[in-house]
Design a protein around this ligand. Structure first.
Ligand SMILES: CC(C)(COP(=O)(O)OP(=O)(O)OC[C@H]1O[C@@H](n2cnc3c(N)ncnc32)[C@H](O)[C@@H]1OP(=O)(O)O)[C@@H](O)C(=O)NCCC(=O)NCCS
Length: 188
């Protein structure tokens, strides 16, 4: 039976793997800039999620598991104000910064391992995130979706999210999608 629990530090590697699947190459792009020579990108990600009191911390993640085996996770943190975007910002990352929305609970990543998809886990992770936002008095859920990831966009629309802003994705060898990225918001 699937159960849901707050993440612990030992989940950091699984969180990084799942976050990497959700991020369409944007995580790899950021981690590649932070990596030491010869450091694997997933090690960079796991190290970031093992930290505490940061937006990118296991403390902001909820895990889905079955009999101790991780199936998926959602990573969401409160966004109180949007980042200032200026012209000398990294061009690959700029569209995603322009798709921030505040105040609210920002879903930075949601993913299930391939064998666990299509069984309702993602829908339940979204519902837990919605309940958390209401409890914390946050007025909206937001996330960035990729136009070409049509299955995920369909799920978010069915769950009550609307596309409120769009930006063209800047191509890069690490970025898996073309087309546009969408800011999707669900008002609570
Ligand atoms: C998107 C995702 C988190 C949804 O979780 P899930 O447990 O599979 O979703 P549910 O079973 O609750 O809901 C099913 C819906 O999810 C979407 N979905 C299912 N499999 C999917 C897949 N392989 N990739 C993307 N979306 C998928 C579909 O909209 C599906 O609805 P449908 O039955 O009408 O086609 C999950 O499929 C996944 O991990 N995908 C890869 C990572 C990803 O794309 N994350 C989102 C980035 S914005």
């Amino acid at each position: 039976m699937v159960s849901y629990r707050p993440a612990v530090r030992d989940d950091a590697r699984a969180i990084a793997e799942l976050y990497q699947m959700a991020a369409g190459g944007v995580a790899d792009y950021i981690w590649s800039m932070l990596a030491e020579p010869d450091e694997a990108l997933l090690d960079v990600g796991a190290g970031r999620f093992a930290r505490e009191n940061e937006d990118f911390s296991y403390q902001h993640c909820t895990m889905a598991e079955d009999d101790g085996a991780v199936l998926g996770m959602v990573h969401a943190y409160p966004m109180h104000e949007v980042m200032d975007v200026d012209d000398d910002m990294d061009p690959v990352l700029k569209p995603y910064c322009e798709l921030e929305s505040a105040p609210g609970l920002y879903i930075a990543g949601i993913a299930c391992y391939p064998a666990a998809r299509g069984k309702g886990v993602g829908t339940h992770l979204l519902e837990l995130t919605r309940q958390r936002a209401r409890k914390e008095g946050l007025p909206e859920l937001s996330l960035i979706a990729f136009e070409e990831n049509t299955g995920s966009v369909r799920l978010y629309e069915r769950e009550g999210f609307d596309i409120v802003r769009r930006r063209a994705i800047i191509p890069h060898e690490l970025i898996q999608y073309g087309g546009e990225a969408f800011l999707m918001v669900e008002t609570l």
